[in-house]
Design a protein around this ligand. Structure first.
Ligand SMILES: Nc1ncnc2c1ncn2[C@@H]1O[C@H](COP(=O)(O)OP(=O)(O)OP(=O)(O)O)[C@@H](O)[C@H]1O
Length: 310
């Protein structure tokens, strides 16, 4: 087991930021911590890194208790923090070389690793640039290169894609999967459910410092019984017809907002067909019909009663 957190509790004065948090992360996982802003993700990471002390619980990394002076554990950990932390007077190359040098003293070996990190983050052509000449997305890529150049076994990435352009975002996400393929276990925090769904093998959803659900995205979605969502535009549909729709097999909910009708179905198979057959039989004109599987936002909404997004 790479990480084992048991009953972690951390407060800032009267505010309990993380409460009774327990989870484990196995080697090779991309583990996602998904929660809205202020839900305690960064606090949990900082406790795992022994950057913060905590009142209750225990944290074991690589099978050993994590301590502020556990340098033997820390050398195998890479950290990419939310705030970009690079030296503004050093070039892109020199920054990566500096951070890599904290772990790798052999010059030749380090040169190879820095070149690989430049390739990996697509920063080769910017190697001589000072950070102030980089766009926000490139600066975040530099932040990542500095955190991962020494090829750590375990990498923490805290919201690495906040405020980056879509191209850099995709390149960051692809890069994380590549690091994972090359053998690193990843802990990834985000409040973007799409990212977490795309790259994480297992996800813990947190809210107000507490874990509300943990599992693969399929497991999380099967915890709720929302099934798929089917929507269409039907300006002439009548109240009595909406009631009939609600009584079709597997339809669990029907809502109308303006001309837009949204149904929830507990079963994917055959439901869309029976809705289409009903609309045809009742001669109800409709447009833009589409069906969506539930998202992690639906899971969050069902459990907490609020949206994941701010
Ligand atoms: N140093 C601090 N002192 C007091 N309160 C803090 C401190 N750091 C965080 N908090 C509070 O603790 C709670 C959890 O914050 P934390 O930063 O861990 O959440 P988060 O999920 O990482 O959110 P974000 O994505 O916005 O960083 C929030 O209510 C935050 O305001």
């Amino acid at each position: 087991m790479i990480i084992e957190v048991s009953n972690l509790k951390k407060s800032y004065g009267p505010l309990v930021a993380v409460n009774n948090l327990s989870f484990h992360i196995e080697e090779g996982e991309v583990f996602g911590l998904l929660g809205p802003n202020g839900s305690g993700k960064t606090t949990a990471i900082n406790c795992m890194l022994s950057l913060l002390d905590f009142e209750e619980g225990s944290i074991r990394i690589f099978g050993k208790e994590m301590q502020p002076d556990a340098y033997d554990l820390k050398k195998d950990i890479g950290v990419v923090m939310q705030e970009v932390a690079v030296f503004h007077e050093l070039t892109v190359y020199e920054n990566i070389d500096y951070f890599c040098g904290l772990y790798v003293s052999d010059k030749l070996e380090r040169k190879k690793l820095v070149e690989e990190a430049l390739d990996f983050t697509g920063l080769q052509e910017f190697r001589k640039f000072l950070p102030k000449k980089l766009s926000g997305g490139l600066l975040r890529r530099l932040n990542i290169a500095c955190g991962i150049a020494h090829k750590p076994k375990l990498i923490f990435l805290d919201e690495p894609t906040v405020a980056v352009d879509p191209q850099s975002r995709n390149s960051i996400l692809e890069g994380i999967l590549k690091l994972n393929k090359e053998g690193s276990t990843i802990v990834y925090t985000s409040h973007y459910m799409e990212e977490v769904e795309t790259i994480c093998s297992r996800i813990m959803i947190i809210d107000k410092g507490e874990a509300i659900a943990t599992g693969t995205k399929e497991e999380l979605k099967s915890m709720i019984h929302l099934g798929s969502k089917i929507s269409f535009d039907a300006s002439t549909i009548e109240e009595a017809q909406l009631e009939k729709l609600a009584s079709l097999p597997h339809v669990t909910e029907v809502k109308k907002n303006g001309t837009f009708v949204t149904l929830r179905a507990s079963e994917e198979n055959g439901t869309l067909e029976s809705i289409l057959a009903f609309l045809k039989a009742e001669q109800i004109p409709y447009n833009n019909i589409h069906s969506e599987m539930p998202t992690l936002n639906d899971v969050f909404l069902e459990i907490t009663g609020k949206e994941l997004r701010d």
